[in-house]
Design a protein around this ligand. Structure first.
Ligand code: PGA
Length: 220
């Protein structure tokens, strides 16, 4: 199983031209990467404009609604995303839990819809309660991203030993680490803590730094 490195662009960059520039720089920078799967999760509205087929990049989204279509103003379904070439969907990110009051029940419905659609869910959790509740009734092995809230966007990454302890408690084959990942600490989460990939926020907006992260994991 290849490690996967996921770029969560969040609500960035501010304009499409910058998004294209960032995407192209990363795409060019990882041409020789063989051992890592790289997934870019841009804001929904940019997805259609990023020509991932040109590069060795996969597309993901940062959320998806649980119904396929219907009267749900402002929402976007997994089916719509799949149709545009999206393969992965991040769900339950701590910012969605915090700002949009997404509960484990809502996240559970969303994961099920993503699975039915044939896309790969990446479930973000900060603790084992969220893991258990969000996956109720789901037997398929989903990708888990362990993201301690104190480490997200703070520049204060989780220590390798603490992350490793948590990784060992999550009994899933593919567990990613997320929270203040940079090119200096990236390889340690894989080599020392046993994670099978990374979820990168801030550092994924800097193409040089993001490519460096990918290369250190590819070489490790
Ligand atoms: P960060 O964000 O890398 O900026 O800490 C990670 C995330 O929110 O997934």
């Amino acid at each position: 199983m290849k490690p996967i490195i996921v770029a969560n662009w969040k609500m960035n960059p501010a304009i499409l031209m910058e998004a294209k520039k960032l995407f192209n720089s990363v795409g060019r920078g990882i041409r020789n990467i063989k051992k890592v799967e790289v997934v870019i999760c841009p804001p929904f509205i940019y997805i259609l404009h990023l020509g991932h087929v040109k590069y060795n990049l996969r597309l993901g989204s940062q959320d998806a609604f649980w119904e396929t279509k219907g009267a749900y103003t402002g929402e976007i379904s997994s089916q719509m995303l799949k149709d545009l070439g999206v393969e992965y969907v991040i769900l339950g990110h701590s910012e969605r839990r915090r700002y949009f009051k997404e509960s484990d029940e809502i996240i559970n419905k969303k994961i099920k819809a993503v699975i039915v659609c044939g896309l790969k869910p990446i479930l973000c959790i900060a603790n084992l309660t969220q893991l258990k509740k969000s996956l109720r009734g789901i037997s398929k092995k989903v990708i888990i991203a362990y993201e301690p809230v104190f480490a997200i966007g703070t520049g204060k990454p989780c220590s390798i030993s603490q992350a490793k302890k948590m990784r060992n408690k999550i009994k899933y084959p593919q567990v990613l680490y997320g929270g203040s990942v940079n090119s200096k600490n990236a390889a340690d989460y894989i080599k020392k803590a046993g994670f099978k990939g990374l979820l990168v926020g801030g550092a994924s907006l800097n193409p040089k730094e993001f490519v460096k992260i990918i290369k250190t994991v590819d070489e490790s």
